[in-house]
Write a protein that binds this ligand. Structure first.
Ligand SMILES: *Cc1c(COP(=O)(O)O)cnc(C)c1O
Length: 429
């Protein structure tokens, strides 16, 4: 049966997997395996020339990782997936089929700090140019377009400031310029937001966060939403002109709507190499099985903690799109109707000194650099994840010195509130 006949919960448990044909094993087997025996010399040659599909070497494809790729493609409503070693590897590989030296993207200035570092500094080494614009006015994306712009890149719900981007408006600007909109959907997960429904063409994830869900496995994934036609030889020569590395094969002609995904494996993973480990794919698949249940509790707990903090005398502001006080509340109701995620920031009246004491006084919350764990986490972004940014970039990302980032987990919510209340009391003394 086609994936579109099933609900999200069913796909989260079944998409891309069937009982193992060799053993009947019900859970996805971990193919902890680098290479696969060829049937014959001709079979081997056909696989290497992409004339036949099959497993060659786990840097390109692996049966356990393939289940994760198919499952994520199903959950995002896409046609194909490429899993990677991390979310950052996914961002890199998402752009590789589109970019050449001197090409350009327009990205939101409110991305996760690590993404701003990656794009603002390391992309320069490939001569990939990036302009960051304030996403609160979608027209800013249009103003930054150049003839060499190959994509627009945003987070639907941004880490950490609770910023929601008006995806439909940004998608329209991208499509007028005949370029794809790439959405990092890490903070929302496909359960809370399906960017494809609002015009996204490519979705990337750090699966490290809510998808794996228990702080146990690094990973990333790219999904092609099957909405963008990459057959534009002038604009996307890697995909739409003959590839010398495959005897002149043209990806868009040979693979149709799978061209982008095939490029991700046959060139991206093959030549750059950040393949996801089978064990991590297995752990992430396990996580995804319970994603709908976990996300429901994450957002329920997050809203209660955010409401508590908003009423607390030591707190200046809470930046959570789930609260009516947030300037992004209206956009959140449109794009994230089931809840605005469980990561948000609080600005403390006492500034950094109080924030530091809160971080040191909590007992249930863990002070660490991750989000999307079943356990509650907190962090001071200005001195950690956003440390390498300039003061202006920190402020733009909602990560000033007075700001703490919280990732609300699945604990009993009254325990979380008591922990924060106690820590705020100690810190404000
Ligand atoms: C964590 C994160 C990334 C990077 O992912 P890694 O798996 O840590 O490489 C990218 N984007 C967002 C929004 C993230 O939260």
């Amino acid at each position: 049966m086609a994936n579109d006949q099933f609900g999200f919960e069913t796909l989260a448990l079944h998409a891309g997997a069937a009982p193992d044909s060799a053993t009947g094993a019900r859970q996805v087997p971990i193919y902890q395996n680098t290479s696969y025996v060829f049937n014959s010399a001709d079979h081997a040659a056909a696989l290497f020339n992409l004339q036949e599909l099959g497993f060659i070497y786990s840097r390109l494809t692996n049966p356990t990782v393939s289940v994760l790729e198919e499952r994520m493609a199903a959950l995002e409503g896409g046609v194909g997936g490429t899993a990677t070693a991390s979310g950052h590897a996914a961002q890199m590989l998402a752009l590789l089929p589109l970019m050449g030296p001197g090409d350009h993207i327009v990205a939101s200035s409110k991305l996760y700090g690590g993404s701003i570092n990656q794009m603002g500094h390391t992309y320069k080494k490939f001569d990939w140019q990036v302009d960051f614009v304030d996403p609160s006015d979608p027209e800013n994306f249009r103003c930054a377009l150049t003839p060499r712009t190959k994509a627009i890149f945003v987070e639907c719900l941004a880490n950490p400031g609770g910023v929601v981007v008006d995806l439909e408006k940004v998608a329209a600007i991208a499509h007028e310029a005949e370029i794809p909109l790439i959405v990092d959907n890490t903070l929302a997960s496909p359960y809370l937001c399906r960017p494809k429904e609002f015009g996204a063409d490519i979705v990337v994830h750090s699966t490290t966060k809510f998808l794996a869900g228990q702080g146990q496995a690094l990973g990333g994934v790219i999904v092609d939403c099957d909405s963008f036609d990459f057959h534009k030889p002038e604009k996307f020569p890697s995909l739409a002109t003959p590839a010398p590395e495959y005897h002149g094969l043209t990806f868009t002609e040979s693979f149709g709507n799978l061209a982008y995904t095939f490029y991700g494996h046959a060139i991206g993973l093959r030549d750059i190499g950040p393949a996801q480990q089978p064990m991590n794919a297995f752990l992430t698949i396990l996580g995804i099985e319970t994603l709908p249940l976990r996300m429901e509790r994450h957002v329920e707990n997050a809203l209660k903690v955010a409401e508590f903090l908003e009423g607390h005398p030591a707190v200046d502001t809470v930046n959570y799109a789930g609260l009516p006080s947030s300037p992004y509340h209206g956009l959140a109701q449109k794009y994230l109707p089931k809840g605005a995620g469980s990561v948000f920031t609080v600005a403390l009246k006492g500034g950094y000194d109080v924030g530091k004491k809160v971080v040191e006084s909590v007992e249930l919350f863990s002070h660490l650099a991750n989000i999307g764990d079943a356990k509650s986490l907190l962090l001071h972004p200005a001195s950690t994840t956003h440390n390498q940014l300039t003061d202006d970039q920190k402020a733009a990302a909602g990560a000033g010195p007075e700001v703490l980032r919280l990732s609300i987990g699945l604990e009993t919510v009254s325990d979380l509130i008591r922990d924060l209340d106690r820590a705020l009391a100690i810190a404000s003394k």
